[in-house]
Ligand binder design. Structure first.
Ligand SMILES: NC(=O)c1ccc[n+]([C@@H]2O[C@H](COP(=O)([O-])OP(=O)(O)OC[C@H]3O[C@@H](n4cnc5c(N)ncnc54)[C@H](OP(=O)(O)O)[C@@H]3O)[C@@H](O)[C@H]2O)c1
Length: 282
């Protein structure tokens, strides 16, 4: 059975895999020697080994053999192709496999890896900075201890909660794609500050800090965001003037529909077959 300090294999260590590696090392939760990262490209492996001191391997099988917990960080199509290899499936037997692939439901993971403990995870790139959010869903038969060993990994790089697999496409849109949506909002608010004469570097620092601070208020207070908004809205003041301008632009439905649309696309990423013309991702 996996335990808290089992070595971790990160198969397909690209953008999201690297975010997890960087966050785990920065938090001190794991030493580099505990992490085995794979990539097909030599230059990428060299970069991972040099930057982080982790074991960077070409051979996925060797990485699986050296670990108890295996993070599957390839794109959905690549992840499913890898799990079509009988040697890989055999190597995964008895191990905890954590797929972060968008659109690949637990049922498909279990179909490919019936003798593994299958967990689906949807993290996001702020894991790099220890401010990630990860949602886990476990397949039937995954024990509390096994899930705990996965939670330990993601709690080291941010928050981590468990939900049912049925919610994971919505989570992919809100959490996996969410940072992309927020970067656009930060950029837009920054532009507003620049328009009013602020230096861009100061404006972006202020805009990003506003997001960080407001998010902390929501999380720490547990208050409804509307109540917090009312608290900062003085009658006839500048904030209500700005808010009404946002409503004129249908800001709420635009943002909500972005999540809806991203979830619809996410649900198709793990299609069997075909997956589409290109390697798609969250
Ligand atoms: N990016 C995000 O914000 C985000 C957020 C949440 C979830 N996700 C999910 O995370 C997964 C990865 O996304 P990503 O953005 O990190 O993609 P990515 O940067 O392309 O990373 C995937 C990595 O897999 C490697 N790879 C491909 N085939 C391989 C193989 N057979 N063996 C070993 N390595 C292989 C690729 O490198 P080589 O070509 O060098 O092998 C690449 O570096 C996706 O399933 C996505 O749905 C992403």
């Amino acid at each position: 059975m996996a335990h808290a300090q089992s070595p971790i294999a990160i198969l397909g260590c690209g953008t999201m895999g690297e975010a997890i590696v960087a966050g785990l090392l920065a938090s001190g939760a794991r030493p580099p020697a505990d992490l085995l990262a794979t990539s097909r490209r030599e230059a990428r492996r060299e970069s991972l080994a040099t930057t982080y001191g982790v074991q960077a391997l070409e051979d996925n099988r060797a990485a699986i053999d050296g670990a108890e917990i295996v993070l599957l960080c390839l794109k959905p199509k690549g992840a499913l192709e890898l799990l079509s290899d009988p040697a890989i499936v055999t190597a995964l037997e008895g191990k905890v496999i954590v797929s972060i692939a968008a659109g690949v439901p637990l049922a498909r993971l279990r179909e490919r890896c019936p003798a593994s403990a299958c967990v689906r995870a949807m993290p996001n790139t702020p894991c790099t900075a220890g401010k990630g959010m990860t949602v886990l869903a476990r397949a039937p038969g995954v024990s509390d201890a096994q899930l705990e060993s996965v939670r330990d990994i993601f709690c080291a790089v941010g928050r981590c909660i468990e939900l049912d697999d049925a919610h994971m496409d919505a989570v992919t849109a809100l959490n996996g794609s969410g940072p992309g949506f927020v970067y656009v909002m930060i950029e837009a608010l920054t532009d507003g500050g620049v328009m009013m004469g602020l230096p861009r570097d100061r404006a972006v620092e202020i805009a990003a800090s506003v997001f960080e601070g407001a998010a902390s208020m929501v999380l720490a207070s547990g208050a409804h965001p509307a109540a917090l908004k009312d608290d900062v809205t003085t009658p006839a003041g500048c904030t209500i003037a700005g808010l009404l301008t946002m409503e004129d632009g249908r800001i709420r439905s635009v943002l909500a529909r972005a999540v809806q649309e991203a979830a619809a696309v996410a649900s198709r990423l793990g299609g069997d077959p075909p997956l589409g013309p290109s390697d798609q991702s969250a």
